[in-house]
Design a protein around this ligand. Structure first.
Ligand code: PGA
Length: 233
């Protein structure tokens, strides 16, 4: 596992440059996308590049990691809305090529992922070590499934809502066994509240109590950390 410790803006450039190179060399690249605060700077760099250099996303295929179960897709905090606002509406992606977990039939998403193996997966990590919404205790063999969000996750995400009571309690997430099948994985972590999860990943053993530790099994992972997220290494 390669570890890069750098400033946020440098990390956003490095990761976006890798995605841009991939899309230029393979116009039909399959991207696994994340939401939350972490990837926003990468998406901004992709948009800037698209405006300046017209990088073509018309055939790119995307799979998002997760979606809240109890929000309408049009809700302002749904991950559909997040992706439209922060990336899809600002590049020339074909919305028919963008995918989110099927809230009525989660397993069908795993079947779809088997047909379109993800070339490049971008990940954030929860303070409790979740990836996607695979909370502590999720089996490493899990496929796309319903989840009840951990209280710590609802607290972490309350900043996007008016109050914690509005944060959904359920979601559908790509499973750990789906995520690990991506050809390339880049995990970004910013801030001291991610330091413990990063320490478990780098120095700890594989454990379902820290879902992120499944990445120890993957041959081609890079961690991009700011110095706060790397502070316990
Ligand atoms: P964040 O969330 O990017 O908003 O910190 C990361 C995650 O929960 O996976």
């Amino acid at each position: 596992m390669k570890i890069v410790i750098n400033e946020k803006h440098e990390i956003n450039k490095l990761v976006s440059n890798e995605i841009i190179r991939l899309v230029k060399s393979n116009p039909k690249a399959v991207l696994g996308l994340a939401t939350g605060g972490t990837p926003l700077g990468v998406y901004e760099e992709l948009i800037k590049d698209h405006q300046e250099n017209q990088t073509d996303y018309s055939q790119v295929i995307t799979f998002n990691l997760d979606e809240y179960y109890d929000l309408e897709p049009t809700h302002k905090e749904s991950y559909h809305t997040y992706m439209n606002d922060n990336l899809f509406s600002k590049i020339n992606i074909n919305l028919d090529n963008t995918h989110f977990p099927d809230l009525n039939n989660p397993e069908s998403y795993t079947n779809l992922l088997e047909q379109h193996r993800v070339d490049f997966q971008i990940l954030g990590v929860g303070s409790n070590g979740h990836i996607g919404f695979n909370e502590p205790g999720t089996p490493f063999e899990s496929i796309t499934h319903y989840v009840t969000l951990a209280e710590s996750t609802r607290k972490d995400n309350a900043r996007f809502f008016n109050s914690i009571d509005e944060v959904p309690t359920k979601a559908v997430t790509m499973g750990l066994n789906d995520i690990i099948k991506s050809k390339r994985i880049v995990l970004i972590a910013f801030g001291a509240n991610k330091a413990q999860a990063i320490k478990q990943l780098v120095d700890g053993a594989e454990s379902e109590n820290w879902p992120v530790t499944i990445l120890k099994r993957h041959p081609y992972v890079t961690l991009y950390l700011d110095k706060e997220a790397a502070s316990l290494l």
